[in-house]
Each structure stands twice: as structure tokens, then as C-alpha cells.
Design a protein around this ligand. Structure first.
Ligand code: DX5
Ligand code: ZN
Length: 226
């Protein structure tokens, strides 16, 4: 399998939940990962979907699942998503007192391990943990709801992470999530992100697959400087 240089991950949070399988298939062939936002009404005020939906969806598409757990007590639930066939399982640093141990468990369960950093959390204390992770998800909004406005100042964390990853030659995706659209993806790519979650910008478009391709083109151009 060749590794794509940039990942575009549509978030089904912005899809029509009554037609989920259809909405997922609409981005097959264009998207790299499918971003699945799990919210528990505790870690964030919102409530979305859980394991049974992920299990059912797993049978409906070949797309790798990028599960974003916005939940308390991730150690209790995260390995279940790996067992359900998620490609990457990301949990929040703010919700976990031993992130390295959970990353190890996720990898042992056959998934990539992701660490998410919410809007108000500094990145510095977590940089030294990154060798235990495959993905670092930096929120570019406050986690909890789709359709929020991108906060450009949060890209400073992406820049700090990119410097750290490159200096340490770490194998780690730096993913951004929140408000990623045609007018923001280039700055996120230029800051050093190489995986891009987009909900509204994909599922709010008339042609979601075309929206994914357009976002990828913009990010690629920002990185190549053409
Ligand atoms: C919000 C979620 C995001 C959300 C992004 O907490 O983590 O993945 O779906 O939605 P947009 O792209 O609309 O900001
Ligand atoms: Zn998300």
C-alpha cells in the first residue's frame, strides 16, 4: 500500500445520519479516511454516535476509519473501536491520565493510536509522548460541534508539532480538525499539517467527492509552493 502524502478525512458529523451508508459511499474513491466523531455528552456537551454505528458502518465501506473519541474515560471504550476495525483511534489528552498506556493498548489491538489536543490545551507537555503515537490531532476549534469558525492562532501548535516531528524524525501524522474548508486548508497545510478533517466543507457541498478533491488540490499546492 502506498502512503498518500496528504490525507483528507471527511467527517460524517456533517452527513445525513438517516442515509449514512450512502453518504459514506459518496466520498469513496476521493477520501483517504472517514472521520467518525464520537461524543458522549460528558467530555463535550454534544452527543453523537457510538460503537454499534461504527460496527455497522464498517461493513458498508472499505474506507479506513479515523475515529475521534470526544469522551471521558477513553481507556474503557477506545480498544472496542480498534476491535471493530477502526484504522486509527484518537482520544483526547485532556480525558486520559495515561495516554502512553492507552496508545500501547490501541496498537496491540491492531489500530493506529492518535492523541487529540483541544483548543485550550498547550501542546508542549505532550511533545515528548509523540513517539508512542501515530497521529496527533490538533483541534482548530473547540471540540464538540461541527460548523464552527476556524481559529488560525491554533496553527501555532501545528507549527510547534511539525518542528518537533521533523527534528526527531518521528513517523507521525499531524491532523487538523475544525473549520477546515477551501479558505483555510492552505494555511493549515503550510503550517505543517498533513491530514485534514472536513465536515461541513464536504457534506455541505453539492458534490462531496468533488469537494474532497478540491480540498486536496489546495493543500497539495500550499505544500509544493506551486
Ligand atoms: C468537532 C469535530 C469535527 C467536526 C468538524 O468537534 O471533531 O470533526 O466534524 O466539522 P467542520 O469541518 O464542520 O468544522
Ligand atoms: Zn473530529
Amino acid at each position: 500500500m502506498t502512503v498518500p502524502p496528504l490525507i483528507v478525512a471527511p467527517s460524517i458529523l456533517a452527513a445525513d445520519f438517516a442515509r449514512l451508508a450512502e453518504e459514506v459511499r459518496a466520498v469513496e474513491g476521493a477520501a483517504d479516511w472517514l472521520h467518525v466523531d464520537v461524543m458522549d455528552n460528558h467530555f463535550v456537551p454534544n452527543l453523537t454516535i457510538g460503537l454499534p454505528v461504527v460496527q455497522s458502518l464498517r461493513a458498508a465501506t472499505e474506507l479506513p476509519f479515523d475515529v475521534h473519541l470526544m469522551i471521558t474515560d477513553p481507556h474503557r471504550w477506545a480498544p472496542g473501536y480498534a476491535d471493530a476495525g477502526a484504522y486509527n483511534v484518537t482520544f483526547h489528552a485532556e480525558a486520559c491520565d495515561n495516554p502512553v498506556a492507552l496508545a500501547k493498548d490501541l496498537r496491540a489491538a491492531g489500530a493506529k493510536a492518535g492523541l487529540a489536543i483541544d483548543r485550550d490545551t498547550p501542546i508542549e507537555p505532550y511533545l515528548e509522548l509523540l513517539p508512542s503515537f501515530d497521529t496527533l490531532l490538533i483541534m482548530t476549534i473547540k471540540a464538540g460541534f461541527g460548523g464552527q469558525r476556524f481559529v488560525p492562532e491554533l496553527l501555532d501548535k501545528v507549527r510547534a508539532a511539525r518542528r518537533h516531528v521533523d527534528t526527531g524524525h518521528l513517523e507521525l501524522r499531524i491532523e487538523v480538525d475544525g473549520g477546515i474548508a477551501a479558505d483555510t486548508i492552505e494555511q493549515a497545510a503550510a503550517a505543517g499539517a498533513d491530514a485534514f478533517v472536513a465536515g461541513t466543507a464536504v457534506y455541505g457541498a453539492d458534490d462531496p467527492a468533488e469537494a474532497v478533491r478540491r480540498l486536496r488540490g489546495l493543500a497539495e499546492r500550499a505544500v509544493s509552493g506551486v
